[in-house]
Design a protein around this ligand. Structure first.
Ligand code: KIV
Length: 289
């Protein structure tokens, strides 16, 4: 058997091809790369993606992780919240993303009701995301109470990202969209973070947690923390792409930064197309056989 390292093992770790640069071998993002990034203080980047083109664009831009979030429920499928989305609805979206990336780690998101009943239920659901949809790992919501599920999955060969703080699937238990871990309740979030690490999670998403608490957790954990509304001191950040790139307008959470205005570009394009067709200026001779 050859002992030569594979091209992937020897390739430099870095962002994927950009612009017209000659194609370098692309090294897939692995769990140990994220741990190394934390250790050397290099920030980790994560965006949601639910389809082929956004996945290709974000992957080529150099994103580290793509989350096919249950937020597809209210960003793709027209629901008001993430609660109604099913495993069968998320699998094809996850498959589209995993087929479209070369470098980014693809995270399948276990939806509400698909893992909370027992570790066995969680394992069987997670296996579907890995086998049928090509996910590289899964994310699930919950802290200490989810430790047995996280343990079962990791022992069964499935890398897990835990999601603590505000967990949208528990919106009705938590009393709505609220910052978690303020004041006296910070201990619970810190205990959750330690419990999910102990159970085997390789990273933890922290949503709507006070910046100081997120900073303390980030310092105390060995695994990377990825924040959304958890301040600047997490090891990485995640945003829903439709929020970050202005695919939608309306009320936005305070933690969102909008980088570009895709909605205006699409609106302009649609209005120009409608005007052209109504005015019989499209198709022109150059578009006609
Ligand atoms: O589903 C999702 O988009 C998420 C992020 C908010 C982290 O869980």
């Amino acid at each position: 058997m050859s002992t030569n390292p594979s091209a992937e093992e020897t390739a430099p770790y870095g962002t994927g091809p950009a612009g017209n640069a000659p194609a370098k071998p692309v090294r897939k993002v692995r769990t140990h790369h994220l741990r190394d990034m934390k250790q050397r203080g290099e920030k980790i980047t994560m965006l949601t993606s639910y389809d082929m083109y956004s996945a290709q664009i974000f992957d080529e831009a150099g994103i580290d992780l793509l989350l096919v979030g249950d937020s597809a429920s209210n960003n793709v499928l027209g629901n008001e919240t993430s609660l109604p989305v099913t495993v069968d609805e998320l699998l094809p979206l996850t498959r589209a993303v995993s087929r479209s990336v070369k470098r980014a780690m693809v995270v399948g998101d276990l939806p509400f009701g698909s893992y909370q009943a027992s570790p066995e239920q969680g394992y069987l659901t997670a296996v579907r995301f890995m086998k049928e949809a090509g996910a590289h790992c899964v994310k699930l919501e919950g802290g200490a109470e989810m430790a047995p599920v996280i343990k079962k999955l990791t022992e069964g060969g499935i890398p897990v990202i835990a999601h603590i703080g505000f967990t949208p699937q528990s919106e009705h238990v938590l009393g709505g969209y609220r910052v978690q871990g303020r004041g006296d309740t910070s201990d619970r979030i810190i205990d959750d973070a330690k419990a999910v690490q102990e159970a085997g999670a390789f990273a933890v998403v922290m949503e709507m947690v006070p910046g100081e608490v997120a900073d303390q957790i980030t310092k105390e954990l060995d695994i990377p923390t990825i924040g959304i509304g958890a301040g600047p001191d997490c090891d990485g950040q995640v945003l829903v792409w439709q929020d970050a790139f202005g695919m939608r307008s309306g009320k936005m959470a305070r933690f969102v930064k909008q980088y570009v205005d895709v909605k205006s570009v699409l609106t302009e394009g649609a209005e120009a197309y409608i005007a052209d067709v109504k005015g019989s200026t499209f198709p022109g001779p150059e578009h006609t056989f």
